[in-house]
Write a protein that binds this ligand. Structure first.
Ligand SMILES: NC(=O)c1ccc[n+]([C@@H]2O[C@H](COP(=O)([O-])OP(=O)(O)OC[C@H]3O[C@@H](n4cnc5c(N)ncnc54)[C@H](OP(=O)(O)O)[C@@H]3O)[C@@H](O)[C@H]2O)c1
Length: 318
């Protein structure tokens, strides 16, 4: 297929482009040029917040939108790509206003979004803006036949993750003998970037227009289990002294779950039956973590500064 990827050069989009090329698709990237794309891929440079005109209205079989954060950008995308074969919007689990176990696409309420939030540029309104983009896409599909699908991603891990959220834990487990385990029994549903890429392609090819799909792994683990998997992949099994720190212990130390990257304050589990119904199966977690750890340790990324001040954390050990 002739695929347009808006973005595509950093993490999730980079995995997407790799999978599209491996599958023999013809790929064009549209991005500003601040992060270089792979060599040999057709590229159109431009800023989507200014204009989509350089790539609008063309005969795309599929458009994958990885960097859409504002409702006004969704309106522009709906106009620009009304005639494409399928449009896949990379949304987020943060669009949900609640976190029942599990979060379901059509049942769990989405964040409301005020006019102020719709144009607010801080991270505080991220979930509200993503949710409003979901609503606008789904309404355009319902009312005007816009061929859009929504992919609501759980936290994504994997090679080349510039957010360094898992690098923080990998570096600690690989280099420290004592490691805290915040919220040890809390389930946190992750997704593996190469699997997310496959899921996005599947949604373009087989997803229902006007439908939202949760995207997450087939397996769900607690923080303790995920850190133990990292230790095994680092060859540090049995060599790390863990300090389980449930909410009350964190609080006593003046900390909270949100002080740590990739740690949820409460269970976070996505229902993925809809995606699995299209044939999606994720990579076994042990394999995904092995690939992630290997690339992370070779990359030099350490996630420095992503967690709490070590001096404050020291209270956990007293
Ligand atoms: N990471 C997670 O855990 C997670 C979880 C849920 C949802 N998500 C969603 O995943 C998406 C981000 O994924 P990613 O960063 O890994 O994607 P990516 O496609 O690998 O990287 C972002 C791309 O967007 C381009 N870009 C940024 N601003 C642009 C603009 N104004 N105009 C044109 N191109 C622009 C960047 O290139 P240039 O800088 O060269 O323009 C880059 O190619 C977001 O939609 C986010 O909501 C992520």
């Amino acid at each position: 297929m002739r695929a347009l990827v808006i973005g595509g050069t950093r993490f999730i989009g980079r995995h997407l482009v790799k999978k599209l090329l491996e599958a023999g698709h013809e790929v064009t990237l549209f991005h500003r040029g601040q992060h270089p794309g792979p060599p040999g891929v057709k590229t159109v440079h431009g800023d989507r917040t200014r204009s989509l005109a350089p790539v609008a209205g063309r005969d795309w079989d599929a458009v994958f939108d990885t960097c859409l954060y504002f409702p006004r950008e969704m309106d522009a995308a709906i106009s620009a790509f009304a005639g494409c074969g399928s449009y896949v919007y990379v949304s987020s689990g943060s669009a949900y206003a609640e976190s029942p176990v599990p979060v379901r696409e059509d049942e769990t309420p989405l964040e409301p979004c005020s006019d102020e939030e719709a144009t607010d540029e801080t991270g505080r309104s991220y979930g509200a803006r993503k949710a409003e983009c979901d609503r606008r896409l789904l309404a355009a599909a319902r009312e005007r036949g816009f061929p859009g699908r929504v992919a609501r991603l759980s936290l994504v891990v994997g090679p080349c993750d510039y957010t360094e959220r898992l690098d923080y834990w990998i570096h600690r487990v690989a280099t420290q003998d004592r490691v805290p385990v915040p919220m040890p029994d809390t389930l946190f549903h992750l997704s593996f970037a190469p699997d997310v890429a496959r899921a996005l392609i599947l949604l373009a090819e087989a997803g229902e227009p006007g439908t939202a799909y949760n995207v997450a792994d087939d397996e769900v683990f607690t923080t303790s289990e995920s850190l133990a998997a990292i230790a095994r992949a680092c060859g540090r099994d049995g060599k790390v002294a863990w300090r389980p720190a449930p909410a009350a212990d964190l609080e006593a130390a003046g900390l909270g779950a949100r002080d740590y990257p990739a740690v949820a304050p409460g269970h976070w589990v996505m229902e993925t039956a809809r995606l699995r119904g299209l044939g999606f199966r994720s990579t076994p977690f042990s394999e995904a973590i092995e690939q992630t750890v290997k690339e992370s340790l070779a990359s030099g990324r350490t996630g420095a500064g992503k967690g709490p001040d070590p001096a404050r954390e020291a209270a956990l050990w007293r």
